[in-house]
Design a protein around this ligand. Structure first.
Ligand SMILES: Cc1c2[nH]c(c1CCC(=O)O)Cc1[nH]c(c(CCC(=O)O)c1C)Cc1[nH]c(c(CCC(=O)O)c1C)Cc1[nH]c(c(CCC(=O)O)c1C)C2
Length: 396
C-alpha cells in the first residue's frame, strides 16, 4: 500500500512549519496508534453487527484516509455529485418534487447510487437535503426549484422558536429504509451520511429562505441570545437525530455541512455556534464513524470547526490546502478543494489545477479529494468521470 505521496511531484511551495509530509504516525505524534486502534474497535462495537463499517468499508480508501491511515490511492467524491449534472438524475426526478424524492426510499437510493456507477467515486453521499429533518419534524418547508429551501413561517421570535416541533424517531423511518437500500447495493464503497449544521439550518429558518449575508440570524444571536440558543439547540438535536439514523442504518462516515458559517466572525462562531455544532457531531460520537466538517469561506474558522469534534475538515476553494493544513497545525485530515469553476476549463488546465491541489494536500496527514463546493448543474459528467480516473492514477 503506497503512502499518499506516491507519484506526486515535489511542491515548489515551502512546506508549512509543523506539518508532516508522509506517514500518519509521523504526522500525529500526539496519537498512540495502539490506543487509537483499540478506541476505534470499541466504538465500532456500538454499531449493528452487519453494519458496513464492521464488514467491509473500514478498509476503503475513504475511511482509511479519514482515520489518517495510508490508502491505495487518494479517495475522491464530489459534493452534489447526485444532481442536475446527470441525465439519469433528471430522468429519475421527472415529475417528482425534491422533498418527495428525498422521502421515497427506492428513489432516494437509486439517485444516491447513480454517481457511484457512472464516475467510480470512492463514496456515495446520501441523496437528501439539510432541510429534510425539519420537514420530518413537521415544519412547513419546501424546496423551490431554482431557489432552494423556503419556510412558510420564518422563525424570528421566542414564541416562534418555542413552537418548533420535535422530530419523532419514527418519522426517520423513510431515511433508514433509503440508507439500508443504498448500502445493500454499495458493497465495500462507503456511504457518507450528512446533516446541516445548526448555524446553516438556523440561517434558513430565520431568513425564511436563501440569503446572501445571513443578517437576520447574525442579528438574533446578539439581540436575543436566549432565543438564538434555543433555536440552535433545536437544530442540533434535529440534525443530530438525522445523522444518527443514517449511521445506524449503514452510513460509514458523516459530513456536517455548515455551508454558510463563512459569514461569521471567529468570535461569533466561538461564542454562539461552535458548541451547537459540537452537539450535532456529538450525536454520533459513540459510533466510531469518521466525521467531516465543511463550510465555505471558513478560512478563519478551520481550527474551531475541527475542535467542534471533527476528524477531517472540508476546505472550500478560496484557501490553498497547504495553508489550510498549516492553520490546522498539520495534524488534521483535510478534504477539498478543486475549484468547481475549473470543471469547465480545458482538460489540461483542470489537470494542472488538480495536480496542484494534490501537492498541497500532502501537507496534511490525509487528503480526501473533493471540490471546493458543489458540482455546478451544467457540468459535463464525463469531465467528472475523467477527473476521478486522473486522481486515482496520480496518487496510486
Ligand atoms: C440536488 C439538490 C439537493 N438539494 C437541492 C437540490 C436541487 C434540487 C433540484 O434538483 O431541483 C435543493 C437545495 N437545497 C439547498 C440549496 C441551496 C440554496 C441556497 O443557495 O441557499 C438548494 C438549491 C440547501 C442545501 N442543501 C444542502 C446544503 C449543503 C451543501 C451545499 O453547501 O451545497 C445546502 C446549503 C445539502 C445537500 N442537498 C442535496 C444533497 C445531496 C447529495 C449530493 O451532494 O449529491 C446535499 C448533500 C440535494
Amino acid at each position: 500500500m503506497a503512502s499518499q505521496n506516491a507519484r506526486i511531484p515535489e511542491s515548489s511551495e515551502p512546506r508549512p512549519a509543523g506539518s508532516a509530509a508522509t506517514a500518519h504516525e509521523a504526522a500525529r505524534p500526539d496519537l498512540d496508534p495502539q490506543a487509537e486502534a483499540a478506541a476505534w474497535q470499541r466504538r465500532l462495537g456500538a454499531l449493528p453487527e452487519a453494519h458496513p463499517l464492521r464488514v467491509g468499508t473500514a478498509e476503503s480508501p475513504l475511511v482509511r484516509t479519514l482515520r489518517g491511515l495510508p490508502a491505495e490511492h487518494r479517495p475522491v467524491w464530489f459534493m452534489r455529485q447526485a444532481g442536475r449534472s446527470l441525465p439519469e438524475y433528471r430522468a429519475a426526478r421527472e415529475g417528482t418534487g425534491m422533498l418527495e424524492a428525498c422521502l421515497t426510499p427506492a428513489l432516494a437510493a437509486e439517485i444516491t447510487l447513480q454517481p457511484v456507477r457512472r464516475h467510480g467515486v470512492d463514496a456515495a453521499i446520501f441523496f437528501s437535503d439539510i432541510v429534510v429533518p425539519m420537514k420530518l419534524a413537521g415544519v412547513g418547508v419546501d424546496i423551490v426549484a431554482g431557489r432552494g429551501p423556503v419556510l412558510e413561517h420564518p422563525v424570528r421570535s421566542a414564541a416562534d422558536v418555542a413552537a418548533l416541533p420535535e422530530l419523532p424517531d419514527a418519522a426517520l423511518d423513510p431515511i433508514r429504509e433509503a440508507v439500508q437500500r443504498t448500502v445493500a447495493e454499495l458493497g465495500d464503497t462507503p456511504l457518507i451520511g450528512f446533516a446541516g449544521a445548526p448555524f446553516t439550518i438556523a440561517a434558513y429558518a430565520v431568513e425564511g429562505g436563501p440569503s446572501r449575508d445571513h443578517l437576520r440570524p447574525r442579528t438574533m444571536m446578539h439581540a436575543d441570545p436566549a432565543s438564538w440558543d434555543a433555536l440552535a439547540q433545536w437544530a442540533a438535536r434535529t440534525s443530530g437525530a438525522f445523522l444518527r439514523a443514517q449511521v445506524e442504518a449503514g452510513a460509514s462516515a458523516v459530513q456536517l455541512f455548515d455551508s454558510w458559517a463563512g459569514s461569521l466572525s471567529l468570535g461569533d462562531y466561538e461564542a454562539h455556534v461552535q458548541r451547537h455544532s459540537a452537539d450535532a457531531l456529538g450525536a454520533v460520537a459513540d459510533l466510531g464513524v469518521p466525521r467531516i466538517h465543511f463550510g465555505t469561506g471558513t478560512g478563519e474558522l478551520l481550527a474551531a470547526m475541527r475542535d467542534a469534534g471533527a476528524d477531517a475538515v472540508g476546505v472550500d476553494y478560496r484557501i490553498p490546502l497547504d495553508v489550510a493544513s498549516h492553520r490546522l497545525g498539520g495534524r488534521t485530515v483535510v478534504q477539498g478543494n478543486i475549484d468547481p469553476a475549473l470543471l469547465c476549463a480545458p482538460r489540461d488546465v483542470l489537470h494542472e489545477h488538480a495536480r496542484d491541489v494534490l501537492r498541497r494536500g500532502e501537507s496534511a496527514p490525509g487528503h480526501v479529494v473533493n471540490l471546493g463546493h458543489g458540482v455546478p448543474p451544467d457540468t459535463d459528467p464525463d469531465v467528472l468521470s475523467d477527473l476521478v480516473t486522473f486522481i486515482h492514477e496520480e496518487t496510486r
